[in-house]
Design a protein around this ligand. Sequence first.
Ligand code: FEO
Length: 400
Amino acid sequence: MFCTRKVNDQVIWVGASDRRLAKFENLFPVPRGVSYNSYLILDDKTALMDTVDADVADRFLENVAATLDARALDYIVVQHMEPDHAATLARVLERYPDAQVVCNAKTLDMIGRFFPSLQLRSPMIVKDGDTLALGERTLQFVFAPMVHWPEVMVSYERKDKILFSADAFGSFGAIDGALFDDEADFDMEWKDDARRYYVNIVGKYGAPVQTLLKKAAGLDIRTICPLHGLVWRKDLAKIVELYRKWSSYEPEERGVLIAYASMYGNTQNLAELLACRLADRGVRALRVCDISVTDMSELTAHAFRYSHMILLSPTYNGELYPQMETFLSDLRRLALRARTVALCDNGAWAATAAKQMRTQLETFKDFRILDAQIGIRSALRADDLSAVQALVDQIVESME
Ligand code: FEO
């Protein structure tokens, strides 16, 4: 049965949620599922804003048919042709063969690469700033390359002042009926997934996101309709401010991510001792993560969230513990910058993990690596406590 929500009487959400997908992009766990948003505009002309992933195609096609209610589909606007939004394009065109695809030249080229058997009849190729009149409503296309792929554009609808924002301002998480930000508790239920989505999907592309934010600042936007997650119609400033921080690599809060690897529990002992001593000193934003069991997408999101990190790694076959190597490599890939880091290592012999982490992190932009460092030799001993105290002192001083 079709299942839609009204953004307003003429703009209808016709998307669907996948609650069975294990990993988005086959990389990022989505235990709360993920929504693929699509919107149908009903004016003198009808326009479908993107399609959806193949896994939810049947429900989506029901939604479109019920919303059109026997009207013709005039346009399909392809803002972003990644298959989570374009995989159903062919099925839509089978049902509505007279619909005209509206996209830019790069999108058209990429559609040909991903879907070589799909022949588009007379697509409308638009340029940055072009408009499409639908009746009372007019779409204005704003190119947003690398948010998240090079062909991405967003669309501003002038009458209702809606920004159809493609991947920007989206989130992991299925829609639990509540589609709008004022119907859901974003801070409690969505923020962590919105951050994890941002960091891992577009985190690397801070500068293009900032460019889009500047373009958006010149538009009078009352509603943001992204391709994933909540529709924003009340507290738009909240998600825009988060995007400003995330895209400028500014931490959300002064706090410490303590990320450790521990083979036998001794490095964990040090991680927890550091957390307790920092809490004693009044640090309230603390997160201790075992990197062997915490998903990398979550660790990277924590790294974007907090101002500080303490990284603890055993030396393993003369190298870093493998998951720590992966974590550092992910942070480099996502271009994280401007964090304060303290290092600890463990090794029964030839411990070099802290030195290796320092060498890597010295190449990260605007990272401050504290001098205080702890090296334990298998288990913590009483004579390690002065080093623990010194490291805690440096962390606290650096937060002032
Ligand atoms: Fe949701 Fe870049 O696709």
